[in-house]
Design a protein around this ligand. Sequence first.
Ligand code: NDP
Ligand code: 8X3
Length: 261
Amino acid sequence: MISIQNQIVFITGASSGIGAACAKIFAKGGAKLILAARRLEKLDRLANELVETKSIASGNEIYLLELDVRDRPQVESAITALPDAWKSIDILINNAGLSRGLDKLHEGNFQDWEEMIDTNVKGLLYMTRAIVPGMVNRGRGHVVNIGSIAGRQAYPKGNVYCASKAAVRAISEGLKQDLLGTPVRVTEIEPGLVETEFSNVRFHGDAEKAKNVYQGLTPLTADDVADVVYFCATRAPHVNISEVLLVPTDQASATLVHRKE
Ligand code: NDP
Ligand code: 8X3
């Protein structure tokens, strides 16, 4: 196991769910955190909590970025404008992502499609393109992409979300190949059902529908996923965990779950 102490960890989508849980576990390990999302007030609250709970030594160990990963010029200028002390990013966690809608493809909503593809695929690419060259030049780095079980197996009405996560899988594999010969590592984490704001966002704020997704089963928590991300990031430098599929015990595949009556 390697220490995460003083490593600079950039987490996209840190305002909620898996990203926020990653912030907490990496803070406890002594990392310096760059936390990015569109909702700056939620990042502020998380940063205060990390300082108050002494998970992090001081506010100086956290850098907050109001960032929409879909906006390429914004991504590029945010990375370029990082203060010198924050430029040498060691770990990039490409976590920002979302699903929108659960509709048959031929009845799908264009805006939902564009939001998913722009965030889950293009946003992840923009972040990777902006940060990985520095990792290659410095001869150290690790990219952790949050994919999904949905990237391995499509499910009814999941169509475009599943396609976006299949793209994350292919991009992760391609990046690993392209970085061969450098010390930069690439990991893709593919969770099954995790109870976060995910379903609430998918159903455009319909809390009842969101709750039903996890009805009768014990889903993963964001902390369960963050724990695995942390495990991957703390292996010895010669160890690259390329892919991890983690599901609740109540889930066997993207379409097969066990629910109590
Ligand atoms: P949440 O909705 O709780 O968190 C999503 C995060 O992504 C939020 O912090 C949100 O921040 C951020 N985000 C969304 N769009 C953008 C954007 N354009 N720019 C910057 N940040 C953005 O869901 P999860 O924690 O569950 O999701 C995290 C990742 O995990 C996603 O990639 C998701 O696809 C994946 N995943 C989730 C699973 C689940 O069952 N929950 C299972 C498998 C994978 P803000 O709105 O403030 O910008
Ligand atoms: C999130 C898991 O099965 O809801 O990627 O698509 S699922």
